[in-house]
Design a protein around this ligand. Sequence first.
Ligand code: FMN
Length: 358
Amino acid sequence: MSLLFTPYELAGRTVRNRLWVAPMCQYSAKDGMPNDWHHVHLAQFASGGAGVVIAEATAVVPEGRISPEDVGLWNDEQRDAWAPIVAAIRDRGAIPGVQLAHAGRKASTWSPFAGNRGSVPETEGGWTTVAPSAVAYEGFATPDALDDAGIERIVAAFAAAAVRAVAAGFEVLEVHAAHGYLLHQFLSPLSNLREDRYGGSLENRARLLLEIVEAVRAAAPDAALLVRFSASDWAEGGWDAEQTATVAAWAAQRGADFFDISSGGLVSHQRITTGPGYQVPLAAEVRRDGGVAVAAVGEITSGTQAEEILQSGAADVILAAREWLRDPHFALRAQVELGDSDEGLWPPQYERARPRTH
Ligand SMILES: Cc1cc2nc3c(=O)[nH]c(=O)nc-3n(C[C@H](O)[C@H](O)[C@H](O)COP(=O)(O)O)c2cc1C
């Protein structure tokens, strides 16, 4: 039996394996409402054997959407629209998760298939963005710096969205603190120029994230609580793995269960060299120095590669995104590739297609 298909204990629940689906924006919602596209898209990964399926960046307030077509959980109508989608994931044996998000200065941008780039003007459905400081992401509109009342509203919105997520049936809540979005903007000295208690020292830059972790934990005491970090800005003077490990340990003390280690997205002058497993060393460093459980993500595309990463001790779980789009039955394929026995992962409806390994 591989490690990849050994069940994983996550905050009091047993996940059937360690090959999970990373959040992926679909830019396909109207008014933040998930629809039939999201239903089919997410449920297919559960049929395909995923352990946890994490739904895309889901805005906690309308102005936190990356694009006007993002999904949300800022009202009860959205909660009710998520419920059958969440049930479809669970009915197919996976644990349903959602990424709670605020895009900050990278909100109000055109979706990748809108045929435009950069910020959406207000005349075309965009809005004024907010951030720790009035510093634009290169090429985007300049955000307003948040004041104390604005920060308090965002903490409350994360908590309210967490309550709705649990009511919709989600069991895993991932706080999005990566990819240059709002919480990452607070963490990184390249985007946070504040001189109040939310800027300057590491403690101050981490304050908003930690307040949100505490608020979400209090709002959803039984949920598994994940935080996604970008463990490097890939830019001089930016956020790095050492700071990530320290803040992950602080977040764990405040109730976070697990950490999803990605990288980049804060500044356009980042210098990343990608390749198979390129973010695995970051996950390993945060796991070792933070003393926390982590997922590795990024160009992990086969069962053998995923198993090697787990066997090396670099990570506890594998998250993948694009490989699931190429093959929504990635886990079924990986299980056959590793020569494991079925253990009920293949849906009986698909049994006639299962290659025999024994
Ligand atoms: C279509 C698409 C949408 C994505 N949307 C999100 C998102 O909503 N939130 C997020 O944290 N990452 C998002 N990502 C990043 C993925 O979660 C993942 O970290 C990245 O693609 C690297 O993993 P991969 O090489 O397995 O694709 C997205 C990636 C893709 C391809």
